[in-house]
Structure formats: structure tokens, C-alpha cells
Ligand binder design. Structure first.
Ligand code: ATP
Length: 264
């Protein structure tokens, strides 16, 4: 289980630009939860994921992974626990390395000598089997440089790399936002496949409210650094986007201000 206890993150503290991006958030993420995260621009969604990943540290509060306090543990040391796929398809893989070298690095995630890109023959077979699942023929291109791949192919590979060593949590931050609709649909299908197949715990940020209600077992909505809705179980069944908008208005006493959220 992942737990955040009274976590606060303030950017530019003590200056005129002071910005409370995360305001005293407490959240329990149960093993096997697939949580979709929605909220307006600037609500704090990416900051929440970055805090869990250890890219930034909270000003107050604590973060626990399976009971271990990881609040001050660096992203590099936390990498063993966490799989990440972010918006930019170019960010999760190394362009100048081959497909198999990228996978070899992913397989060693969290180990001391993680940046050794050497590939053993038995790993090569393992990688081929895994790549077949993507349905892109990449199992026949192990020695191709990743820089040659399309955005969708790279994001598929990043997803595979993020789950190659089973993470305690998979963090997905608008990981289909930069892709064309058809490729985005394919990546979402793969995401669901990996989460179900490996029984992963996942947190996925999306601006698509319909998708947020369709995928996973739980949806949280953020607003101004706070979690304003946390919906699961019976309450979430058959819930439609308009219900979600009504619930938000009821809790906050105002309308959702983000056009991007309302369009979808
Ligand atoms: N590294 C940073 N330095 C300063 N301010 C930051 C930093 N990262 C985020 N912020 C600010 O914190 C607030 C929350 O940003 P965050 O990126 O978490 O929002 P978000 O919900 O992911 O928004 P979006 O949907 O637009 O991606 C915003 O006001 C943002 O400008």
C-alpha cells in the first residue's frame, strides 16, 4: 500500500510567487487500485505523481510505500518501487540506445549497477516474448536504435519498460496526450492489459473525464491542490460525466473552470 499523510508542497515558498501546489493531502492507495486522476489545469495532479516518484520532496507530511517511510528517499533510490510513463514519448527511453539495450536497463531498475546496457542471450529471448505483446513487430528489431521508432512505438516500449520489473506503483501522467487518437487508444488498451495481467497498482492522470470513469476502480478529482472527490465501488458504478460535474459543484460551490475537462 502507498500512503500519503498530510502532504503539502509549496513552490517558491516565502516569495511573491508562493504557490501551494499540494495542500495537506492524505491518500491511501490500496494494493491493486487502478486510480484515475482528474482535475483542472494546475490542480496539482502532476505534482502529486512527482511527489510519489520522489522527483520533488514535500514541505510537510510523509509518504510511505508498504509501510516504509520514503519521504526523503531520492527518485533514483525509489525507482525500484516505481514505474513511470509520462506525457512526452521521448522521455521514457534512450534514443541513442537499441531496443534491447533500453530493455536491459529497465530490467536492472533499482539495482546498484543499473546503468549497464549489456544484453545476455537469455535476456534477449525474454525481451522478444515481452515485445510480442505490444503487437508492433518490435521483437524483430531488437538491435534498432529507439530513436528510429514512432512516438506511439516509443510510448508502448516505455510502458513495457515501466512494468518489466513489477513496480509497487505505476504512475501514468497523461501518457497518451501527445499521441494521435488511434495510437492513444492502442496505448490505453496496452495499459489496461499490463495492469490486469500483472495485477498492478496504478495512478493515471487524464483530462478525459469519460475515460477516467471507464478505466480503473477508483477516480479522484483534484482542485487547487486538494483531493475534492474520491469515488469508488457502488458510488462509481454507472456514474456519468455530468454526475461528476454536479458532484464537483456541490463540493466546491462552483463550476469546473477547465474547458479541456468539459469538452470531453
Ligand atoms: N517545478 C515547479 N516550480 C514551480 N511551480 C510549479 C512547479 N511544478 C508545478 N508548479 C505549479 O504547481 C501548480 C500545480 O501544477 P501541476 O503541474 O501539478 O498541475 P496539474 O494538475 O498537473 O496541471 P495540468 O493539467 O495543467 O498538467 C501549478 O500552479 C504549477 O504552476
Amino acid at each position: 500500500m502507498i500512503e500519503l499523510k498530510n502532504v503539502t508542497k509549496v513552490f517558491h515558498k516565502g516569495t511573491v510567487n508562493e504557490n501551494v501546489a499540494i495542500n495537506d493531502i492524505s491518500l491511501k492507495i490500496n494494493k491493486g487500485d487502478f486510480i484515475t486522476v482528474i482535475g483542472s489545469n494546475g490542480a496539482g495532479k502532476s505534482t502529486l505523481l512527482n511527489l510519489i516518484a520522489g522527483y520533488i520532496f514535500p514541505d510537510n507530511g510523509s509518504i510511505y510505500i508498504d509501510g516504509e517511510d520514503v519521504t526523503k528517499i531520492s527518485d533514483y533510490k525509489r525507482a525500484y518501487y516505481i514505474g513511470k510513463v509520462f506525457q512526452d514519448p521521448l522521455s521514457g527511453t534512450a534514443a541513442s540506445l537499441t531496443i534491447e539495450e533500453n530493455l536491459a536497463i529497465a530490467k536492472k531498475r533499482g539495482q546498484k549497477r543499473w546503468f549497464s546496457k549489456g544484453v545476455k542471450a537469455k535476456d534477449r529471448e525474454f525481451f522478444k516474448e515481452k515485445l510480442k505483446v505490444l503487437g508492433l513487430g518490435l521483437e524483430n528489431r531488437l538491435k534498432d536504435k529507439v530513436g528510429l521508432l514512432s512516438g506511439g512505438q516509443r510510448q508502448s516500449l516505455t510502458l513495457l519498460m515501466a512494468t518489466l520489473v513489477k513496480p509497487k506503483i505505476l504512475l501514468l501522467d497523461e501518457h497518451t496526450a501527445a499521441l494521435d487518437p488511434k495510437t492513444a487508444t492502442k496505448i490505453i488498451e496496452l495499459t489496461e492489459y499490463f495492469i490486469n495481467e500483472y495485477n498492478l497498482t496504478a495512478l493515471m492522470v487524464t483530462h478525459n473525464m469519460r475515460q477516467a470513469l471507464k478505466l480503473g476502480n477508483r477516480t479522484i478529482m483534484m482542485d487547487k491542490g486538494e483531493i475534492v472527490l474520491d469515488i469508488s465501488g457502488k458510488e462509481r458504478e454507472n456514474l456519468e460525466v455530468k454526475d461528476l460535474i454536479d458532484m464537483f459543484s456541490k463540493v466546491r460551490g462552483e463550476e469546473i473552470s477547465d474547458d479541456k475537462l468539459l469538452l470531453i
